[in-house]
Ligand binder design. Structure first.
Ligand SMILES: [Zn+2]
Length: 333
């Protein structure tokens, strides 16, 4: 937990909370986008609302100042208009009226957004503040307990008429694969999400393969073992990379994006994740002029594990929404 700068100099504060399958982050920013407070804690799936209320109240107490609004980033089918979230399969949420419940508890305006979309929005804004020729489109590929993409296309957040644009974690990767938490078979998540990576190591060792890995290893353990030359781990990480490279190709081909940023807990593996993905993309480019056209000048980068893009994006959305006379603009399609 840190508190930096001078909290009272920055005008009205807003908080951003990112509820992940494994951990929940909060940031508080001032009107100059400076982070005054941040904290990360394991997600309490049995008490999501209570946990968010507690995190915001702790931040208020620590800063000695109220927040004017709270943005909440969460996976699943999110309706930003009524603040509801449903089908968050990795959180066990069937349907939750999250925004109204938090508004009652916290007494400030609450803005709920899909986690990867909030992150993509933040990345897009950061790019716009940086280079003069920043790309107007970006896909943020979140790989953690689940997998999904948030997409900003030509400067606008892509939601889709069905509200599910970017849910690449549930496109089919192996038609004969495992049943996914969503009920479908062989989704990308059953191969390349964090829990699936550990599960594959267990399966291979149960089948008699020898490995330095202990039972119930995490994705991070598997990537470390892969870097150290463990054959089982290398087989898994290569398979994961091939499937993620295909997902990136799909994003490039269906949406036309040239910038893909990978984040989420699995991205903490760093080069052990990125290098095999880039090798796989290079093989696709060499094999196909079409893949070369789609991916030749694309950048695929990893977000630093210290960044909290979902929470920053949620805070940015809250700031924009209370700052605008009408509920339009950033955060809207
Ligand atoms: Zn699925």
């Amino acid at each position: 937990m840190i508190a930096t700068d001078e909290p009272r100099l920055g005008g009205p504060l807003v908080a951003g909370v990112d509820v992940g399958g494994t951990k929940t982050s909060i940031v508080v920013i001032d009107d100059r986008d400076r982070v005054l407070y941040e904290h990360v804690t394991p997600t309490d799936r049995s008490a999501l609302v209570g946990q968010i209320v507690g995190l915001v109240d702790d931040a208020r107490r620590r800063l000695g100042q109220d927040v004017a609004a709270v943005g909440v980033a969460i996976p699943g089918h999110v309706d930003p208009e009524d603040g509801s979230v449903s089908l968050a399969v990795n959180l066990g949420v069937t349907r939750l009226r999250l925004g109204p419940m938090l508004e009652t508890e916290l007494g400030v305006p609450i803005f709920v957004e899909h986690d990867a979309r909030a992150a993509a929005l933040w990345l897009s804004e950061q790019a716009a503040h940086g280079a003069a020729q920043a790309s107007a489109s970006v896909a943020f590929l979140a790989i953690g307990t689940g997998i999904s993409a948030g997409v900003v296309l030509d400067g606008a957040l892509l939601r889709g008429d069905n509200g599910l644009a970017g849910e690449v974690g549930h496109v089919v990767a192996d038609p004969d694969g495992m049943i996914c938490a969503c009920g479908l078979r062989g989704c990308l998540e059953t191969i390349a999400a964090g829990p699936a990576i550990g599960r594959q190591a267990d399966e291979m060792m149960t089948a008699g393969r020898s490995s330095v890995l202990a039972p119930h290893s995490s994705a991070a353990d598997v990537f470390r073992a892969s870097s150290a030359g463990d054959e089982v781990a290398i087989e898994i990480t290569d398979r994961v990379a091939v499937h993620l490279a295909r997902a990136i190709r799909s994003l490039a081909l269906t949406l036309g994006v040239r910038r893909v940023v990978i984040g989420g807990g699995v991205a903490a593996a760093g080069a052990a994740l990125l290098e095999p993905i880039q090798s796989s993309i290079a093989r696709e480019r060499a094999a196909s002029p079409l893949a070369e056209a789609a991916l030749g000048d694309a950048t695929v980068e990893l977000l630093s594990p210290t960044e909290a893009p979902g929470a920053r994006g949620a805070a940015a959305i809250a700031r924009h929404r209370i700052g605008l006379p009408e509920r339009e603009g950033v955060g809207e399609r």
